[in-house]
Design a protein around this ligand. Structure first.
Ligand SMILES: O=C(O)CCC(=O)C(=O)O
Length: 287
């Protein structure tokens, strides 16, 4: 018996590679998370940058709570069973009137994970729709193999290497994922997806949480993850602690170490060494 998804949603996930919208909190609660982010940004003097956009659930208690949020994890359990890790998180922030975009890609390309059993919960903290650069996907593309990608390092591309699928994408098939704040979509790691710039007057903010069952392993280097449900009998990832306050110095130090190691996996084969490297745009998301 599924916990939160209907059997129809589960079937649709495996058939199309993506389901939405799934409400996981009220609009007011999503606005509360947005304001906590923006309070921090105000104190920091500007938008969240560089490595702070990645694995942010190790820095802020309210994101540590979000990756463990019951409705979200229930939905992941309906797809991947009861033993679950949060492998990473990434803020996808598109500022108002900004050319930042995400090229068509598969998440699985550079993550170094040994199997395509990875699902992203993309949680909307603002509306995300056709007028502000919502994500779109090509249904069914997750059922094929890994597609070759080319790295473009394009200036406004939010992906680490500006990577894009090296095959033609039939954009007529694309489905736009429209979400209200507090709703999420779930997408499969092999799904071809991307998003255009945000020409609207407000920021578009999504928090992408990447979950794996504990059976998945990292094969491109040492890695860590956060157990969010059940037991980890495999120990493929070093366990990560849960922050109880924000930007606690020992967590900031641990986060730096973890994200540097993580960047080496994602940028392997290039000259880029960290998310804060001048060749990595400060607002890139990790893929
Ligand atoms: O936020 C976006 O527009 C793209 C997000 C994305 O590519 C992802 O979450 O895998």
């Amino acid at each position: 018996m599924p916990r939160i998804l209907t059997q129809q949603q589960i079937d649709q996930f495996w058939r199309d590679g993506c389901i939405f919208p799934i409400r996981v909190m009220s609009e007011a609660d999503a606005a509360q998370i947005r304001s906590r982010l923006e309070e921090f940004e105000k104190k920091a003097g500007g938008p969240l940058k560089g490595d702070l956009r990645h694995k942010s659930h190790l820095l802020f208690s309210w994101l540590g709570d979000l990756v463990r949020q019951e409705h979200i994890v229930d939905a992941i359990e309906d797809l991947y069973g009861p033993n679950l890790l949060c492998w990473t998180t990434n803020f996808f922030i598109k500022e108002a009137h900004n050319p930042a975009f995400v090229s068509w890609h598969q998440d699985s390309t550079y993550w170094g994970l040994d199997k395509p059993d990875v699902v992203t919960a993309w949680v909307a903290l603002t509306p995300s729709n056709t007028s502000n650069g919502a994500m779109g996907f090509i249904p069914g593309t997750h059922t094929g193999e890994q597609i070759p990608h080319r790295d473009t390092f394009a200036k406004n591309n939010l992906l680490t290497r500006g990577q894009e699928v090296a095959v033609d994408v039939d954009e007529k098939q694309a489905v736009t994922i429209e979400l209200r704040p507090g709703e999420m979509s779930l997408h499969h790691v092999r799904l071809v997806h991307g998003s255009p710039p945000n020409p609207s007057d407000d920021r578009r903010i999504g928090f992408a949480i990447r979950y794996v069952p504990t059976t998945v392993a990292q094969i491109a280097g040492d890695d860590s993850a956060t157990l969010v449900r059940g037991v980890d009998e495999y120990h493929h990832f070093a366990p990560e602690p849960r922050p109880t306050t924000d930007m606690e110095p020992s967590f900031v130090a641990l986060h730096k170490q973890i994200t540097e190691r993580n960047a080496q996996i994602l940028y392997r084969g290039t000259t880029v060494k960290s998310y804060n490297d001048p060749n990595a745009l400060p607002d890139r998301a990790a893929q």
